[in-house]
Design a protein around this ligand. Structure first.
Ligand code: SF4
Length: 148
């Protein structure tokens, strides 16, 4: 089944390494990344997505907030303009080459406008500095396919 992601979560999947808001959030995120590793396609959505699901009933839920929507806007701008990923298309099959491209931009901080002020900033930076070795996202596909 296609994975539904909001734009700034295209950054978060690069560095997710087992730490999140709750055990349910972590288990869900791990399932999602495993699906992507197995070649599942990604549908870009506006607003809460599959990663947000365990948080939606929480009193701390920030998934609808203006600041999180601003993260999506900034991520969309950076990813469309800098990485060359056809992010304007609604459906993406993330290849290992694209992940490498995204990792390079993330490590160089050219696509991290959306990360400003995020509580996980230092953790994500550390994962990037260690060449993403701790990241769950390790796609095996080498082809390159995108859908409109
Ligand atoms: S710093 Fe925050 S927004 Fe940026 S990738 Fe990490 S968790 Fe996602």
């Amino acid at each position: 089944m296609t994975v539904r992601l909001r734009a700034h979560h295209l950054l978060c999947i690069l560095t997710y390494s087992g730490r999140g808001y709750s055990p349910a959030f972590e288990a869900n995120f791990e399932r999602i990344i495993e699906q992507i590793n197995q070649g599942e396609s990604i549908e870009l959505v506006a607003g809460p997505d599959d990663v947000c699901q365990p948080q939606l009933a929480s009193p701390d839920c920030h998934c609808f907030s203006d600041s999180v929507q601003e993260r999506d806007r900034l991520a969309l701008r950076d990813l469309s303009g800098t990485v060359g990923l056809a992010i304007d298309r609604q459906r993406i099959e993330l290849t290992s080459q694209q992940v490498q491209q995204l990792r390079a931009g993330f490590a160089a901080r050219t696509i991290r406008s959306a990360c400003q002020g995020c509580e996980w900033f230092d953790l994500c930076s550390a994962v990037a500095e260690q060449d993403f070795q701790a990241a769950n996202l390790q796609p095996s596909r080498s082809g390159c396919k995108e859908y409109t």
